[in-house]
Design a protein around this ligand. Structure first.
Ligand code: NZQ
Ligand code: ZN
Length: 395
């Protein structure tokens, strides 16, 4: 078990009536004037946005609003948000939505505390010293940004998608009402399930083999999400199922399942280019890559992949061959992706094979111009990333 620090400062208010605590939370964390930031309209249609405004109005907390965050959020809108907040004297940011809205909010929070261009943080030219406090009303369990230290944004010029991690941007509170997730389309539900499982898998596939408690938590989380994820697609208004998934999404990415491990996150790095290039839904992109990443790196630690197959996917253990058990696990994962309507390769994700030129460009960007490697289980350079895209490109 490697040494670790576990820091999870976000106050979680969970349950059917949780949104009624909104104004109290904003006040508690120092909000005097609020930016309400949201996406493309789901919160308008569901009435959540009006409810949020009415809660702030009733408490006498002034607000301004900025909607229009798109999935795989853009820097250009965050820049507008920074300008608006400066003009309006906003001191608290409220994200009403999913990972895209929360991440855009985090970028605004960084930008408000820096006089230069906020992209400098993503280019490694500036290390942020502060982030304006933010809170979340979560509408989709997936990215885990409501408790995470990370903010992923796409620069419009060149469509460069990057993440930046720092404890500064962890939300002060997260309000989570599973009822609000009943309206999620099946594809978004399934992509969310895929993403949260992957956040745990990215921490699970490690060379560390002395982390019984972390493994037990991680395996229980993945089994629960897998089971409830399949069931909820047939029963989308089942509160109990939605609630398990919603809480699991936060635990999957608040570092609980990473205590004592060395996390990998290569699949995420490889996927981000699919979102940037094809506008792929993040979770679906992960499903299209993971089986091929797993096949590529399996030899690094077959026993670990076999443990995953047996303890998470219920694959029978072939005691004579961890490799065979591991491969059966990868096949079982592909079956699972297909059962929940997720792709398991690039043609299934984008409707055609990627071209060689696209593969070369995505691998170039993922490795930041061949300057960095991805992952830890096996450190992947540009050529490795090209090889994985090519494996994923076969239908
Ligand atoms: O824009 P609206 O109209 O609100 O629709 C959204 C959007 O189209 C819709 N939606 C959300 N809640 C809904 C709903 N539709 C009906 N009913 C509801 N209750 O769902 C669509 C997807 O929303 P989005 O916020 O994009 O989803 P998600 O939470 O998966 O976020 C994806 C983004 O998060 C990043 C991804 O890369 C991607 O950019 N990630 C952020 C991480 C972090 N900050 O820690 C970690 C992740 O690994 C991930 O990379
Ligand atoms: Zn993710």
């Amino acid at each position: 078990m490697v040494d670790f620090k576990y820091y999870t400062p976000t106050e979680v208010v969970f349950g059917k009536d949780s949104e009624s605590r909104l104004a109290e939370m904003v006040r508690k964390y120092g909000g005097n004037k609020v930016l309400i930031h949201y996406g493309g309209g789901s919160v308008v249609r569901s009435g959540l946005l009006d409810f949020v405004k009415s809660q702030l109005d009733a408490a006498g907390i002034p607000w301004v609003e900025l909607g229009g965050v798109v999935p795989n959020p853009r820097l250009s809108l965050a820049r507008k948000g920074i300008e608006l907040c400066r003009k309006e004297g906003v001191d608290f940011l409220l994200a009403v939505g999913g990972g895209s809205v929360i991440d855009s909010t985090k970028v605004i929070g960084y930008g408000l505390n820096y006089d230069g261009d906020v992209w400098d943080i993503y280019d490694g030219k500036y290390a942020p010293k502060a982030c304006t406090p933010l809170g979340v009303v979560l509408t989709i369990p997936a990215a885990g940004s409501e408790m995470s230290d990370s903010a992923v944004i796409t620069k419009d010029e060149g469509m460069v998608k990057r993440g930046f991690s720092s404890n500064l941007c962890r939300p002060r509170f997260a309000i989570m009402n599973p009822v609000r997730t009943f309206t999620l389309p099946p594809y978004q539900t399934a992509a969310g399930v895929t993403d949260m499982m992957m956040h745990t898998m990215e921490r699970y596939f490690s060379h560390e083999d002395d982390m019984l408690i972390t493994d037990a938590v991680a395996e229980a989380l993945m089994r629960t999400v897998k089971q409830c994820g399949e069931q909820v697609l047939a029963d989308p208004e089942n509160y109990q199922l939605r609630a398990q998934i919603m809480w699991a999404g936060s635990l999957a990415h608040n570092d609980l399942t990473g205590c004592g491990t060395v996390s990998d996150f290569a699949t995420h790095g490889i996927e981000h280019e699919l979102s940037a290039t094809y506008g792929a839904t993040h979770g679906a992109g992960l499903a299209a890559i993971w089986p091929h990443w797993a096949e590529y790196v399996l030899a690094e630690n077959p026993t670990r992949f076999a443990q995953f197959a047996v303890n998470v996917l219920g694959v029978p253990n072939d005691f004579k061959s961890p490799e065979r058990t591991a491969r059966a696990g990868i096949a079982a994962m592909v079956d699972f992706y297909h059962r929940i309507g997720m792709p398991a390769n690039l043609p299934e994700l984008i409707g055609r094979p990627a071209t060689e030129a696209e593969i070369a460009e995505m691998a170039f960007k993922a490795t930041q111009g061949k300057k960095i490697t991805l992952g830890n289980l096996k450190k992947l350079d540009y050529d490795d990333v090209v090889a994985i895209y090519r494996m994923a490109n076969k239908a």
